[in-house]
Design a protein around this ligand. Structure first.
Ligand code: PLP
Length: 413
């Protein structure tokens, strides 16, 4: 990926057009590897990919070929995956608060599995999609997660019975329960607690005559090696909780809706320096202990927090650039900050960095940029969605090919 980036940034610098634009390089092989790791660590769970996380065509096609299901939040996402041939049976419309027109779209296109967390949604489904199979979304304790979902979605345990009764009365079929522990959750036990809660709701539903057989573990699985809690650790907690509350052979279809897990580490982005200012510090000498200067250097990039660096605002991420040329030990480092293109004081990508002297036209590279970035080229800054170059190693390509052949043989059989 790095070699390809080097080549592409060189090409972009030498291009005759005046405009520069950030661009991604995507290692699709990393996605294939993630998939096999998932299957090994959570063998009882069927992965669905959360399309909202990164809906670039290369990602969707590889995941579809690997046989994943897809979790869609709206009509546009359902259309996208159906367009590449994903059957309706492999789609969950996982948005507890949906537009009526989009519920009708799901009904028309055979998408049966829908989530809900309130009575109004049941009433909409009765009218617009009476044959839907509903998954009740329950709230979790996501108070320690970086990005919380239960602030907006999910019903409390004490309101579940009422909703399940209401569904029964309205002749709406409830088939299961979902949750989302939030993203960046520091405690894997949150999954275990939610699985225990789902067990209670399954009992309630069964008592009321619903045929409960879908357990949806949601997302929130980390996408980088450097995450506070490793994926393998989470998987081990989940497996133990499943063995306890939903033992093998219990007839429950267990699925998860993973977003960042699949794509974060697969994408690297190159961003260009479009402007530079040197600002003298108010208190000369303050910086001397760390570096060799009393100035701070302010770099303006062609992407910012309203575009691909939105994780700075939403996930408290502090992006650190990788320099294309490693600075020598003699090179002085300067206190530096990185800003996006918006004419707005909030568009700060990173501060407090110590960087060598960089220049307008230089490229900065950032790793782990696959989640909630693509398609978000800074509209505020006037730029467009960034271009993506896809790559895949021969080994990953072979693994994908074998998977395809196995799937074809299964279809033939
Ligand atoms: N499922 C639902 C319903 C979501 O809302 C989200 C993200 O917001 C996801 C799955 C994916 O979450 P993550 O990217 O943290 O895995």
């Amino acid at each position: 990926t790095r070699d390809l980036l080097k080549e592409l940034t060189l090409g972009a610098s030498e291009a005759t057009t005046d405009e520069v634009a950030a661009f991604f390089v995507a290692d699709l092989g990393a996605i294939v590897r993630k998939h096999f790791c998932f299957l090994k660590c959570l063998p009882r769970v069927r992965p669905f990919y959360a399309v909202k996380c990164n809906s670039s065509p290369g990602v969707l096609k590889v995941l579809a070929q690997l046989g994943l299901g897809f979790s869609c939040a709206n009509k546009a996402e359902m259309e996208l995956v159906q367009h590449i041939g994903v059957p309706a049976s492999k789609i969950i419309y996982a948005n507890p608060c949906k537009q009526i027109a989009q519920i009708k779209y799901a009904a028309k296109h055979g998408i049966q599995l829908l989530s809900f967390d309130n009575e109004m949604e049941l009433a909409k489904v009765v009218k617009s999609h009476p044959s839907a199979k509903m998954v009740l979304c329950i709230a979790t304790d996501d108070s320690h997660s970086l990005s919380r979902l239960s602030l907006k979605f999910g019903v409390s345990l004490k309101s579940c019975r009422h909703l399940l009764e209401n569904a029964k009365k309205s002749h709406v079929e409830v088939v299961g329960v979902s949750f989302h522990i939030g993203s960046g959750c520091p405690d894997p036990q949150a999954y275990a607690q939610s699985i225990a809660d789902v067990r209670l709701v399954f009992e309630m539903g069964t008592e009321l005559g619903h045929k409960m057989h879908v357990l949806d573990l949601g997302g929130g699985f980390p996408g980088t090696e450097g995450a506070k809690v490793r994926f393998e650790e989470i998987a081990s907690v989940i497996n133990s909780a499943l063995d306890l509350y939903f033992p093998e052979g219990c007839g429950v279809d267990i699925l998860a809706e993973l977003g960042r897990y699949y794509v974060t580490s697969a994408f690297t982005v190159a961003v260009s320096i479009i402007a530079k200012k040197e600002v003298l510090l108010d208190q000369p000498g303050k910086e001397e202990e760390n570096g060799s200067t009393t100035k701070t250097v302010v770099y303006h990039l062609d992407e910012g927090v309203y575009g691909i660096f939105n994780s700075v605002l939403f996930d408290n991420i502090c992006p650190t650039p990788i320099l294309q040329k490693k600075p020598s030990t003699e090179q002085p480092l300067y206190s530096s900050s990185l800003w996006g293109p918006a004419v707005d004081g909030c568009d700060c990508v990173a501060e407090g960095l110590w960087l060598p002297q960089l220049h307008v036209g230089d490229w900065l590279v950032f790793d782990n940029m696959g989640a909630y970035t693509v398609g978000m080229g800074s509209p505020f800054g006037g730029t467009q969605a960034c271009h993506i170059t896809y790559a895949m190693s021969r080994v990953a390509w072979e693994a994908l090919r074998r998977q395809l052949m196995a799937a074809e043989q299964e279809d033939d059989a």
